[in-house]
Design a protein around this ligand. Structure first.
Ligand SMILES: Cc1ncc(COP(=O)(O)O)c(C=O)c1O
Length: 394
């Protein structure tokens, strides 16, 4: 199959050298803390197995996923690095956790018991490494500071389990002015001191920071950082751009590079007169005569319907061209202007650069009032991922 996809000329390009570069830069920022690459949700839409491999090549030493199935996929792809499952797996998933040597987050006594049963049932010789997650204020998952002692005690008392980690997760690390991250760090420190005072052993490693924590909260780097969005080349929030640049300069690395581009080829062009209305709902009258290009990607692929109303653009021939009507399930119509020499087969760039122009996932996020995370994770599975290595391209 040609790399662009034989059946439909639309694809996502993943630059693995950019990924390695970002991993190396984040590892340098975090050092001496280690880097854990967060590759959940198919590596934020970038394709988990090749991205995990490239992240490890770049300097990560561990991986993290949201789901047991995601961890199993990595193992099946040949990855042998430690894999942390960030939320406690369901009791019925613990056999898979054990079979694939995943490290589950635990934060309930039921979870501890299920992990023990699964290890005993599998007849493992070495104990399963597990990590206890404590909720210091995110209030999503994790043991409360009051409960965490009995969870750690249960883990430490179980021959089947090894107490490998204690961790927490930040709610607002991307909002620099918000003092709540400092409050979460203080609560985490208090939990650690209380566990120690009650005679419990320290785990192998302690961690808290997501990308924003890694970049903007040096005191929260502990033994390991868990980076997702920055690994893919995005600042966790626009306001973190300057501190990210300062940190990169401190460790002598270039700016983070976007790893993902989203491209297609024009399938059809037609010229319409001023006043013609295109696509469902006939929402917009063309302000002037225009060559309109059909691009074979739609909302079933992750082009949100609101991208048209939000003034969304596509690069064609290296120029910004606005959508000319509603996004449909499989296709969009793009207005290229009265004199455009656009032909079927020409390149259309939804995210990425062409010549001097660039459309970023951040730009999409800004238009659609969301975050780059949502833009890249929503690019659907029917868009093939194609891997390039910018080192080889150069
Ligand atoms: C527990 C946990 N740690 C780390 C991350 C990575 O976050 P980011 O992509 O902001 O670096 C996530 C992602 O949401 C997470 O849920």
């Amino acid at each position: 199959m040609p790399a662009e996809g034989a059946r439909r000329p639309a694809w996502v390009e993943i630059d693995l050298e950019a990924l390695r570069h970002n991993a190396a830069a984040l590892a340098a920022i975090a050092a001496p803390a280690r880097l854990c690459a967060v590759v959940k949700a198919d590596a934020y839409g970038h394709s988990a197995v090749p991205v995990a491999r490239a992240a490890l090549e770049g300097g990560a030493s561990a991986l993290a996923v949201a789901l047991v199935d995601e961890g199993v996929e990595l193992r099946r792809g040949g990855l042998t690095a430690p894999i942390l499952v960030l939320s406690e797996p369901a009791p019925e998933a613990m056999d898979e956790v054990v079979a694939h040597h995943l490290s589950p987050a635990l934060y309930t006594l039921e979870g501890v018991a299920a992990a023990r049963r699964a290890v005993a049932g599998a007849g493992l010789e070495a104990p399963l490494e597990v990590e206890v997650k404590v909720d210091t204020g995110m209030h999503r998952v994790g043991a409360s500071p009051e409960q965490v002692g009995e969870i750690v005690e249960a883990v430490v008392a179980a021959d089947e389990l090894a107490y490998a980690g204690l961790f927490t997760h930040f709610a607002v690390a991307d909002e620099r002015g918000d003092g709540f991250t400092a409050e979460q760090v203080a609560r985490f420190e208090k939990v650690r001191a209380e566990l120690k005072a009650s005679g419990l052993p320290e785990p192998d490693h302690v961690h808290a920071a997501n990308s924003a924590g890694t970049i903007a909260w040096p005191e929260a780097r502990y033994d390991m950082v868990r980076c997702g969005i920055a690994l893919y080349g995005y600042a966790p929030a626009p306001e973190l751009g300057p501190v990210l640049a300062a940190e990169l300069a401190r460790v002598g690395h270039d700016r983070l590079r976007p790893v993902l581009s989203w491209k297609a080829r024009v399938t059809l062009t037609r010229q319409y007169e001023a006043g013609e209305r295109l696509s469902y709902g006939r929402r917009l009258a063309l302000p002037s005569r225009s060559v309109v290009a059909v691009v074979p990607l739609g909302y079933a692929d992750g082009v949100q319907r609101s991208y048209f109303q939000a003034g969304g653009e596509v690069l064609i021939g290296g120029r910004r061209c606005p959508l000319a009507g509603s996004v449909t399930m499989d296709q969009i119509v793009v207005s290229c202007g009265p004199e455009a020499a656009v032909r079927p087969g020409d390149l259309a760039v939804l995210i990425g650069s062409d010549g001097e122009e660039e459309i970023t996932a951040e730009e999409w996020a800004q238009r659609l009032d969301t975050i780059p995370y949502e833009i890249v994770t929503r690019i659907g599975p029917r868009v093939p991922r194609r891997f390039v290595d910018s080192l080889e391209v150069r």
